[in-house]
Design a protein around this ligand. Sequence first.
Ligand SMILES: NC(=O)c1ccc[n+]([C@@H]2O[C@H](COP(=O)([O-])OP(=O)(O)OC[C@H]3O[C@@H](n4cnc5c(N)ncnc54)[C@H](OP(=O)(O)O)[C@@H]3O)[C@@H](O)[C@H]2O)c1
Length: 238
Amino acid sequence: MKPDCIINAAGITGKPNVDWCEEHKQEIVRTNVLGVLNLVDIGFIYGLHVTNISTGCIYEYDEHHPMWSCIGFTEEDEPNFAGSFYSRSKIIMEKLILVYPNVLNLRIKMPVSAELDKGFVGKIIQYKKLVNIPNSLSMLEDLLPIAIDMTLKGIKGNFNFVNPGVVSHNQVMELYKKYIDPSKTWENFTIEEHDELLKSRRANAELSCHKLLQLYPNIPHVSISLQNLFQEIKEKNQ
Ligand SMILES: NC(=O)c1ccc[n+]([C@@H]2O[C@H](COP(=O)([O-])OP(=O)(O)OC[C@H]3O[C@@H](n4cnc5c(N)ncnc54)[C@H](OP(=O)(O)O)[C@@H]3O)[C@@H](O)[C@H]2O)c1
């Protein structure tokens, strides 16, 4: 193929959700660790830039990064979330690929795009009960053109690839109710009740996108981007 560069967005997240990974560890290692490492290594041998789409779900709030504090985890912070095999596989992969000088690693978190049924919104609208926790989100219409630009410019290193700010589950649902489905209802439950139902825990955190904003200062706040997206979808559906 003689590519100029490689962008890797292949990976297994588990279906219907990451709990699947707890029972399929070898498949996860094969794709999420060995598969990515193989691509990066081949890219290194052939002198190719590799952009890897990774995850920001490797952190959870702690005493130094409490909820709603605006203190996000930076790329320098050691990942602190070991609550799922999916996340552990991503942490191992990330540590290995970041020793290579040809890699741009983009940590996407809870992605949202105009294809609402896919990604974070599609997931949470299915559930009757939701936790209500603030999180960083990746608004793909804002960020994917930046991923292409970073690749074409040959930028390397590790980046939290999220919009500035956080939104909670309820804030997302309220926007969904306002713009898309006024009949939508949901209940909240605690993180403890949530974790009892699942095989693995989920990573809730704010990620700092300061490093990304130094290069791309116009990325909108997640609340504004989300509201604009819902508004556009509503107008298209009218
Ligand atoms: N979805 C999220 O919430 C989220 C959040 C953060 C980061 N990410 C990361 O983003 C990446 C893509 O996720 P996604 O949500 O787009 O998943 P997706 O919709 O399931 O797509 C994954 C893609 O990877 C391909 N793939 C899987 N195993 C492969 C292998 N061994 N060799 C080649 N291709 C393979 C799949 O191909 P087939 O369809 O042919 O199997 C599919 O096209 C993953 O690394 C994921 O960890 C996702």
